[in-house]
Design a protein around this ligand. Structure first.
Ligand code: SAH
Length: 344
């Protein structure tokens, strides 16, 4: 049997056209849209204010796909990692990171990843496919429920720092964020959403042109092209110069400063000289720096920076007037930390 279209691939406007053309009242599309995007039903039969014949009609014309938890693991530090099964049997991982009243959902944008950053476990997976907007949205719905269940606290932040490169699935990520921020969806503030990219300059320009309202984080990890290309081959086609120009355009178009992410790798990019190079790079565009503790991956060639060197690195940046924060590992015991998502 030919597969039916996914009803959640249509916008409210498209549903409206569809239903009015079938002679349904104008409110019908909105009603059904609500079941799909706010009440999160998994079956047409759960749409109790829709007539039985119409439910049967929907059933025969559309698929109603949803993801379901395969495994859920809780770390000793409270971090919750979920492996979520998609309709085609593929699996993605999402993480809930609790910190006081701050509840952050770390969301995947692709199944696997096409990039090959040498310090990241997801890079070892084959890139399987892009996630659809509803699959991205549903991860947020899932993690949001977990925040309530485990911590009785609403979700406050979303970061696109799970599996995949969000700017290589731009259209679907944007469409998901539109729904996540829309009052007809989850109604979350775009200010609390951060997209993290390995640095696709062309797409950072596009984000500026599109005047997106969410935040941008750029995985820098080295402040010279020579070093950066050694660990991130994407740098060969998206150099630090190109990225600085793109980020400046983003800043001028949106008024948002970028956050540079920088994983501290012992004796590779954590020396005083590296810190000074980063400090100089930071002068080019208004930014802040988020240093990240390296999380070991199987067969990885790197080690985390020492406490002492991390301190020195921070001091050098701060003396240069750079705003710095340090992201400690969370959920390491369950392989939920940055760079560890690999469907083990
Ligand atoms: N592809 C996007 C988003 C996913 S990675 C990107 O590259 O930004 C989210 C963050 O985790 C990135 O900054 C990434 O560089 C970092 N990361 C990857 N592997 C890591 C590891 N082993 N330890 C700590 N951070 C890691």
């Amino acid at each position: 049997m030919a597969s039916k279209p996914n009803i959640r691939s249509f916008s409210l406007e498209e549903l409206s056209t569809f239903f009015t053309e079938r002679g349904e009242p104008a409110f019908r599309a909105k009603q059904i849209h609500q079941w799909l995007w706010q009440k999160h039903v998994h079956h047409f039969d759960q749409m109790t204010n829709v007539s039985k014949p119409l439910r049967a009609f929907l059933e025969s014309h559309f698929d109603l796909l949803h993801l379901h938890p395969k495994t859920v693991q809780k770390s000793t530090d409270g971090t919750v990692k979920s492996a979520l099964s998609l309709h085609d049997g593929k699996v993605v991982e999402s993480v809930l990171i609790p910190k006081g009243k701050r509840m952050t959902a770390c969301i995947s944008s692709q199944v696997g990843c096409s990039l090959d950053c040498s310090f990241c476990a997801t890079a070892r997976l084959k890139m399987a496919r892009n996630l659809m907007p509803d699959e991205i949205y549903d991860q947020v719905v899932e993690v949001r429920q977990q925040a309530i269940e485990h911590f009785q606290t609403p979700l406050t932040n979303i970061v696109f720092m799970g599996m995949g490169e969000p700017l290589l699935n731009y259209k679907n990520v944007i469409s998901a964020i539109d729904r996540i921020t829309h009052p007809d969806g989850l109604g979350m503030s775009p200010r609390r959403i951060t997209l993290s990219t390995s640095g696709i300059a062309k797409m950072i320009y596009k984000m500026g042109d599109d005047q997106v309202r969410f935040r941008l984080a750029l995985s820098l990890h080295a402040a010279t092209d020579e070093k950066r290309s050694k660990i991130m081959s994407i740098n060969d086609s998206n150099s630090l110069d190109m990225l600085a120009d793109a980020v400046l355009h983003f800043y001028e178009s949106t008024g948002n400063r970028v956050t540079y992410e920088y994983v501290l790798l012992r004796d590779f990019n954590d020396t005083d000289e590296d810190a000074r190079a980063l400090e100089r790079y930071c002068r080019r565009v208004p930014c802040r720096v988020n240093l990240i503790e390296y999380n070991p991956i199987d067969g990885g060639e790197f080690a985390a920076s020492t406490e002492e060197q991390t301190r020195r690195f921070i001091d050098i940046l701060e003396r240069g007037g750079v705003r710095v924060s340090l992201r400690r590992s969370r959920g390491k015991d369950i392989d939920a930390a940055c760079g560890q998502l690999a469907n083990k």
